[in-house]
Ligand binder design. Sequence first.
Ligand SMILES: [Zn+2]
Length: 482
Amino acid sequence: MIKREEVEDEGGLTVGNIRSYYKCEVCGYVTLVRTQYGWLDSHPIRYTCGNCKILIKGIAILDQQNADFRIDIENASLVSPENEADFYIETSGELLTEKLQPYNSETHWYIPPPFFRGLWGMGDPSDPQSGYEKFDIFKKNVISFLHTTKNEWPRIRRINELWHHENHEYLVQEVRKVLPKKQFPMNNRLEYLRGVHFITKFFLQPVISYEHNETIFRELKSLFEQNPANMIELSRYFKDHYRSYDRRILRIIEHFTEVFKFLIPAYGLTYYHEISEDLVEKKGMTTAAFEDIKEFYIDTYEFVAEIVPIIIGYNNLKYRDDFKKMSDTKPKYEFDKFLEAHKGKKVEYIDGTEVFDSLIVDGSIDNKIRNAIGHNTYEFDGISQLIKYDPVGKNKPSDIREMYLVQFAGKCLSIFQTVVHIWELLYQTEKHLYVSQGMKSVNPAVFSMNHLEQKAIKEKVRSKKKSEKRMKKLIKKQKRKK
Ligand SMILES: [Zn+2]
């Protein structure tokens, strides 16, 4: 039995919530699950039974067209609201929610839903309207990314795969379907690389920041003036690795498209005006359990740790005028040996003192949580959403650390952002190699960003209209069948 609840804010905006009562199939305790229905067609639900502590997993499905809503859940059964609830939890696919707590009929008959709290968090207190504006951007970006993931990602993946397998004939054929020939002639390796990179970058753009590219462009330009010969040498040094790095990055991007739905409430935090210190302690997320996202973190970590030498190479070139000349003030390594160093040592080498270190987002590379996941020395409490982890693995109380699930989800996002920065650096480095081999890039005069963006937008509108048409046809068909 499901009860609808419409809540109105001061501005007259109506927000829908669904109250459903779920009885744990093990201990019989009842949880009132208050689901905020927002703008996602479906979203995962994860919560822990407050009594016997088992994980209850499900999916909320919202059929916007038929105004229908249902939750498919395992390990608990829907019961009638006459049952007195023992626990209360909120769920949302998009926003932070109240954590599981004992049900209290006096306080829980009404509390502001997650949507309002999200608006308040995103808004500047001195400008109440700003919360709505930021929320709209957040919503637009998430929907756009989920839409392109569903509809465009398979094509983007195959274009990347054709490039990795050097299937240039098919590569040109596939890229031509998406990009204009004038700006993307696809007539040499340099142009193949540029076409593939552009398409993939465009795909990630709704949820990824490219602000950091300015630092990369600025630094590389000045290095090229400082020591062009050494810069070309650097790009040659990595020449046998570019394709294997690309393959790893493609797998990470694919993994990201799979886990993004678990991370949306943490992603929403990037739109907050201010994040209070106790926010993660008090509010949680019900889109994911720790197990849903930990693999993504450690797989991505492994790659970043392996690729650190290219960052160090650029630091060496900038500060010591030779990409192989390592710092005197840090642990002693030869550059060639550094490539084979233990991953933990490579990560430690980055200490934020040199400019290319800034490509690693602060706090994203956390070898303590990585080690605890790797050694299985962690515990996740689904109720408080606290991850307790032991990086050393000797079970000494002084070694145990803590982190909330929302914070860990934030690390998953920032480690992915880090990969995107490194990917850009690799791309620029490989481009230098081809330019040094005499390959010509397209004349910048034909390359008007505005023109391209307009084309891409037109394409998007067209494909959206097409998919809406298909959807309408399908619904008609199904109705006829009935
Ligand atoms: Zn239970």
